[in-house]
Design a protein around this ligand. Sequence first.
Ligand SMILES: Nc1ncnc2c1ncn2[C@@H]1O[C@H](COP(=O)(O)OP(=O)(O)OP(=O)(O)O)[C@@H](O)[C@H]1O
Ligand SMILES: O=P(O)(O)O[C@@H]1O[C@H]([C@H](O)CO)[C@@H](O)[C@H](O)[C@@H]1O
Length: 183
Amino acid sequence: MAAGGAGNPELWRTAFAGRTPPVAPTDPFALVESVRARGGTVVATGGCFDLLHAGHVGLLESARRIGDCLIVCVNSDASITRRKGPGRPLNPVEDRVRVLAGLGCVDAVAVFEEDTPIALLSRLRPDVWVKGGDYSVEDLPEAGVVRAWGGQAVVLPYLDGRSTTLLAHRAAESAKPVRTPPR
Ligand SMILES: Nc1ncnc2c1ncn2[C@@H]1O[C@H](COP(=O)(O)OP(=O)(O)OP(=O)(O)O)[C@@H](O)[C@H]1O
Ligand SMILES: O=P(O)(O)O[C@@H]1O[C@H]([C@H](O)CO)[C@@H](O)[C@H](O)[C@@H]1O
């Protein structure tokens, strides 16, 4: 193997099965314009996506199947700290964006600084806004915003027992030193 081994970008020529090698991040606004220009359906979802888990992936894959592109609106680090308390997020926004963008079902990622994605949504104007089953459509402030331009808000099934909080607690427990009983 050439110097630098597989870590040598010169060797990164093999396209992933069904995926081309990573390219520059897709601009969400340009994507919306191109999908809309061809009469496609723009789907968006949002959240913190701190430690990604199977519930997140199921939601994102199902959301993508609703339309012709999926844009994920992700809270900034400061937004998450205000929402979920000190010590969160566990993963900085750069990593959360990178993980989401690497999923085949995610076409673009947009970060928002506010407490809610409403300002960002008003710029993206998706046809469909998606959240998981830990929400009900009636509780979503975004529902009314999306309806204002003829869109709709939907809630998709929740995969029980999966959450970032649970993962974080399990990780914290497993990191504790094993106490050996006194002889
Ligand atoms: N188990 C799950 N099944 C389906 N959707 C989920 C699940 N957990 C979260 N979601 C959805 O994923 C999006 C991001 O949620 P979030 O990042 O808050 O996940 P979380 O695991 O609940 O995090 P936390 O434990 O920090 O609250 C939201 O739309 C939420 O409805
Ligand atoms: O990951 P979470 O906690 O599901 O993401 C939050 O969702 C809120 C939801 O869209 C209802 O408004 C949103 O307001 C908040 O900014 C987080 O994205």
